[in-house]
Design a protein around this ligand. Sequence first.
Ligand code: FMN
Length: 208
Amino acid sequence: MSRLLHVSSSPRGPRSESLALAATFLDTYREHNPLDDVDTLDLWDGTLPDFGPAAAAAKMAVFAGEEPQGAAAEAWSRAVATFRRFDSYDRYLFSVPMWNAGIPYVLKQFIDVVSQPGMVFGFDPVSGYTGLLRGKKAALVLTSAVYGPGRGPAFGSDFQAPYLRDWLAWAGVPDVEEVAFRPDLATADAAADRLRAHEAARRLAAKF
Ligand SMILES: Cc1cc2nc3c(=O)[nH]c(=O)nc-3n(C[C@H](O)[C@H](O)[C@H](O)COP(=O)(O)O)c2cc1C
């Protein structure tokens, strides 16, 4: 039995393309894996801790082999709790709209909160970083409304998919699959593209 966590980063609720694709993925996944635990972490629900001065101080203290104190210790325990919840799953589905060529800031905040030494990564001055997440895999549902591969520089760049793939590989999750919905507003039929994306989400979920 596996545990799948859907990390949701669009705030657009019923109007969200990425959430609709994630719902299609999760429906199919549940059909094929009825005994698995499947949960959603809505990054906009107000429970995600911030990662400000106290948390940054805690991270640097831990990196230096020291014990965080006071406000830093409190921020550290919130980061540890968020990491532990994330780490209790072995499969991840990230649903991610493109925002300004990258990812919504709540998802970056989540990544900053959980990416801690001794949890997500180890570091050695000679050999560099080691990802500490083990035995996990991830699927990405990616949407954008202007950018699309092959559309040219006037339609923007993609720091969404490469960033997420890189973060996951760095954290120890090289096994990453993806479904993208990037309708071409100039030429294509968005409805047909949407149907194809939902079909791709079903196929991916059936073998995930
Ligand atoms: C704040 C914001 C920034 C956006 N930036 C981009 C962008 O840089 N490139 C792009 O192609 N689409 C951009 N979009 C459009 C969204 O990526 C697109 O509508 C996507 O399907 C939204 O996903 P959602 O419906 O799941 O929220 C942006 C939308 C918002 C709200």
